[in-house]
Design a protein around this ligand. Sequence first.
Ligand code: SF4
Ligand code: SF4
Ligand code: SF4
Length: 199
Amino acid sequence: MKGKETPTAVDRREFLRGGARVAAALAVGGLAGVIAGRGKTPELVWQINPDKCQQCGRCATECVLAPSAVKCVHAYDVCGYCKLCGGYHQPGARVQDTAAENKLCPTDAIVRTFVEDPYYEYRIVEERCNACGKCVKGCASFGNSSLYLQVRHDRCVNCNECAIARRCPAQAFVRVPADHPYLLRGDQGKKKPRGAKET
Ligand code: SF4
Ligand code: SF4
Ligand code: SF4
């Protein structure tokens, strides 16, 4: 789309942003419900403090589960919707396109969708994410840190002594209340602990 933004174009971008936020919040709210639905509800669960995580790669390799219970998540309201995305493109990418050689993610778990020039939306396909943290590091280096790692509680078996926590070099693995099991960025992080339905 070229030239001055039309109201329709802006509406479309805002719609996409809002829709993405709602979808992500619903997913997290749903996962919180998975914990509550288990036989014996734990009081505390493991989570990653995204402000402490150094993206060392151990979340991908140290979990007792394969693939890891840790996944990349996206705070859409913090994202700049950049054409050149530090989390999506290789640092030396000359062309800001979707060619395989220009992408950073080793498992092709990030899908880029054109919104309008020069904005693009980036969505994580969780089933493909191996928690390597490369996109998180790239986003932190060149972007707004809207990509970050979280323990997904529909996957985690809540080991008494988390294998990742033992190896984490940054003390980023912490125990959090089971009724507030995510440490989220952006608007999602401002929600009240029991506000999962407030999407
Ligand atoms: S082990 Fe710790 S520092 Fe390394 S990626 Fe996981 S949370 Fe981040
Ligand atoms: S770069 Fe690594 S952490 Fe990011 S989406 Fe791909 S597999 Fe997941
Ligand atoms: S508690 Fe267990 S299953 Fe959950 S992230 Fe840690 S090692 Fe993986």
